[in-house]
Design a protein around this ligand. Structure first.
Ligand SMILES: NC(=O)c1ccc[n+]([C@@H]2O[C@H](COP(=O)([O-])OP(=O)(O)OC[C@H]3O[C@@H](n4cnc5c(N)ncnc54)[C@H](OP(=O)(O)O)[C@@H]3O)[C@@H](O)[C@H]2O)c1
Length: 542
């Protein structure tokens, strides 16, 4: 299925054009890895472009191959070494593979939707993929986005896309036509936009922030919801809050449910707004909001269907003065027969209304336009698409809300611009935080190295002083050794900090890190990345 113009948002369109090729193009997918030196240089460029490569010591290609030749390494081994080198020297990347309301129709999104109860299992499965270290799932009515930390961007994207294809039943080629890919800073900026409500169908709507919060809540304790990804989502929550408090993006913001009510009212004659018979199926968060908006529009009586009565009773308690009649799910069809407008908003994974149910319902009166309206804001949809073919019925789904929200485009642009300044600033802060994670192993190793020396020298000194040294003297000597070490380490530690506050660039910090690694021989251990790759390979070979 080709992405129709209606589903292609400009920002994502560009990123789709730019990024959709690698993982789907067979010629790219099986291309041999480029030589080591090229990759190292490219890593430096990627860093500047927000691509996430780590700056490394540069040797020319000729020098590199000469060294290999001298040590008697064959061309094949050189190639293998270059591939390994690519992994071990490349910094892992944050990648988002997403399909949203801007790129993908609801028919496809509903197949990709992952219920909240399955997020931990999805994270676990994703982290079992060879090149994925951490993962998170953001699945809402407007989007299914998989955020991962990938050991290799290209392979990570390929593996996640294949996983999405397997779980949804949608062929990879079709996913590639609709998905968007964003990396590192672009991925972070996108999530911040999402959390702030800038990427929502209904600009500034509040539910998305609650959904981002839910990702963090559900992710707590799930092994693959690791440090970088949880850091990213936690940061997104504070960005969402900040944008809403410091700009007027949320002022007068409508929500999906108010847009649904708005849409329904535009489809029936104004004279019937107060009298049309309203039925709401589902009394969760969305159902409650639909009911509230109906009341705000002057509706004083409605029937609400839900599996359990408690939620409906609580809403009725809150909205005293409005006649809210509860009916169980078993009475859904008989209630539909007596309704002119039906809102569906349940988390059911199977459709509740089928064509055969609807075509036998009595027709509705002329005063409401002679058509029974189904306004379905659920994803997966609660109203089967075939219902649209039933006589006397008209079906609208969540994508049809674009009609209502497109109206205030100018206002949207103005509000979005205010928020962008905050998001740019927050993206820089997140980048600095992530960069600072890079230097943590060096900081730890340097401290441990200094501590080993301090302890060894302290023991020597104390043994020279003999057994009858007073405790107080021992403590003074101990304090002296600590204070010398701390003072000596202060300078190097300062130069390893990269929190964006001191004007030091990341490349300077990384240079300092490499210099300290060399000077103190801290980098002689197998790198963390190598360990991770080896563990993954061993895991996949089992
Ligand atoms: N949250 C949002 O921002 C948002 C925005 C737009 C659209 N939506 C869509 O709206 C739908 C509802 O979302 P929500 O946030 O309101 O969820 P929610 O607060 O979790 O409420 C779920 C509702 O669905 C009912 N339900 C669950 N499973 C059902 C089943 N198998 N059969 C019949 N009813 C079932 C629940 O009934 P009980 O009370 O009996 O459990 C409850 O009324 C979802 O499809 C979602 O994708 C959500």
């Amino acid at each position: 299925m080709a992405a129709s113009a209606g589903f292609a948002g400009p920002k994502l369109e560009n990123s789709m054009l730019r990024d959709s090729l690698p993982a789907c193009s067979p010629s790219r997918a099986f291309a041999p890895p480029p030589p080591v030196v090229g990759l190292r240089k490219r890593a430096g460029r990627e860093r500047r472009n927000g691509g996430g490569g780590v700056r490394c010591e540069v040797r020319t290609a000729r020098e590199e191959s000469k060294l290999m030749e001298l040590s008697g390494v064959s061309a094949l081994e050189q190639l293998k070494a270059s591939a390994l080198d690519r992994y071990t020297k490349e910094r892992s990347s944050i990648v988002v593979i997403g399909l949203s309301v801007h790129t993908t129709p609801v028919e496809m999104r509903e197949k990709l939707a992952i219920p909240e109860a399955e997020w931990p299992r999805a994270i676990e499965e994703l982290c079992h993929l060879n090149h994925i270290e951490e993962a998170a799932v953001l699945s809402t009515c407007n989007r299914t986005e998989i955020y991962v930390v990938a050991l290799s961007q290209h392979r990570g994207v390929k593996e996640v896309t294949e996983w999405m294809s397997k779980t949804s039943g949608i062929p990879v080629s079709e996913l590639c036509q609709h998905r968007f890919l964003l990396y590192n800073n672009d991925a972070a900026r996108h999530l911040f936009d999402v959390s702030a409500g800038l990427d929502s169908l209904v600009l500034g709507e509040g539910q998305i922030l609650a959904q981002v919060r839910q990702v963090v809540k559900v992710g707590q304790g799930v092994v693959g919801f690791g440090r970088s990804i949880s850091g990213l989502f936690k940061h997104a929550i504070s960005v969402g809050k900040r944008v809403r408090t410091e700009t007027n993006i949320a002022s007068g913001a409508i929500s999906v449910s108010s847009a649904a009510v708005e849409l329904a009212l535009t489809k029936i004659p104004e004279s019937s707004h107060a009298t049309a018979r309203m039925l709401v199926v589902g009394a969760g968060k969305m159902g409650k909001l639909v009911i509230r908006h109906l009341v705000a529009k002057g509706c004083t009586k409605m029937v609400v269907i839900n599996r359990s009565e408690e939620r409906v009773a609580a809403i009725a308690e809150e909205l005293r003065g409005v006649e809210i009649i509860y009916k169980p799910l078993t009475e859904m069809l008989s209630s539909a027969a007596e309704a002119d407008v039906i809102f569906t908003c349940t988390a059911s994974e199977a459709p509740l209304f089928l064509k055969e149910h609807v075509q036998n319902l009595p027709t509705v009166g002329q005063e409401v336009g002679s058509l029974r309206l189904f306004i379905d804001i659920s994803v997966p949809r609660n109203v089967s698409p075939c219902v649209a073919d039933a006589r006397g019925a008209k079906v609208y789904n969540v994508d049809d809300l674009k009609e209502v929200v497109a109206a205030n485009k100018e206002d949207r642009l103005q509000k979005a611009m205010e928020a962008q300044t905050i998001i740019a600033e927050e993206t820089r802060q997140f980048e600095a935080w992530r960069d600072s994670l890079e230097t943590v192993p060096t900081i730890k190793k340097l401290r441990a190295y200094a501590e080993r020396i301090r302890i060894a020298e302290l023991e020597k000194c104390l043994s020279k002083l003999g057994d009858d040294v007073p405790k107080k003297t021992k403590r003074v000597v101990d304090d002296l050794s600590r204070s010398i070490v701390n003072k000596l380490l202060h300078g190097p530690m300062q130069h390893l900090r990269c929190d964006g506050d001191d004007g030091r660039t990341l490349s300077e910090t990384l240079e300092n890190m490499h210099a300290l690694n060399r000077i103190f021989s801290l980098d002689t251990d197998i790198t963390l990345m190598e360990q991770k790759i080896k563990a993954k390979i061993e895991q996949s070979q089992k």
